[in-house]
Design a protein around this ligand. Sequence first.
Ligand SMILES: CC(C)(COP(=O)(O)OP(=O)(O)OC[C@H]1O[C@@H](n2cnc3c(N)ncnc32)[C@H](O)[C@@H]1OP(=O)(O)O)[C@@H](O)C(=O)NCCC(=O)NCCS
Length: 173
Amino acid sequence: MIILETERLILRRLVMEDLNALFALYSNPEIRRYFPEGTLTYEETKEELEWFLNGHPRHPELGLWATIYKPTKQFIGRCGLLPWTIEGREEVEVAYLIDKTFWRQGLGAEAAQAIVQYGFNTLGLSRLICMIDPANQASQNVARKLGMTLEKEMEDEKGPFLLYAKSRSLAHD
Ligand SMILES: CC(C)(COP(=O)(O)OP(=O)(O)OC[C@H]1O[C@@H](n2cnc3c(N)ncnc32)[C@H](O)[C@@H]1OP(=O)(O)O)[C@@H](O)C(=O)NCCC(=O)NCCS
């Protein structure tokens, strides 16, 4: 099921056949460097994939989606929208992870920008956030390109993170 399409990318629901490609990304320490859980095992990757097969179980319109590079039809990442409760407030995070061999070609920003539009215009969300490790410059650059601003420096049991946020502008209504 296709969620959205950009010039170079298709974002679609994850399917079981994505497991090996997803594991290749999740087992790479460089790609997982700023994730508190670090790399995932094959079993952990399978569990996460199964969790998202029909969208997020409690919010099927959200989830992580396979990110396919149109010119070669390759699986090059997983991006999407994730629900969280932060300090008692319901939030939706723009999530992005791209294969290292495709970094710095504008693909992370291309996916994230399309996800923001989808979140605001198609799903009618009023606010989107990113939670980012303070050392993750690439991710902060993507968040800034989305028009997000740094709202707060926070800390949870996994460590410190930056809360970037953007509200839907009236122009979108
Ligand atoms: C974050 C990530 C998705 C960015 O993907 P990408 O396709 O390389 O990003 P883009 O090419 O669209 O670049 C977006 C901006 O970030 C900048 N950027 C990209 N990589 C960077 C890096 N390593 N250091 C500093 N800036 C970087 C780009 O220059 C660009 O800014 P510009 O347009 O002003 O030049 C990618 O680095 C990634 O998958 N990282 C691992 C997973 C991860 O950490 N996800 C985020 C968790 S919060």
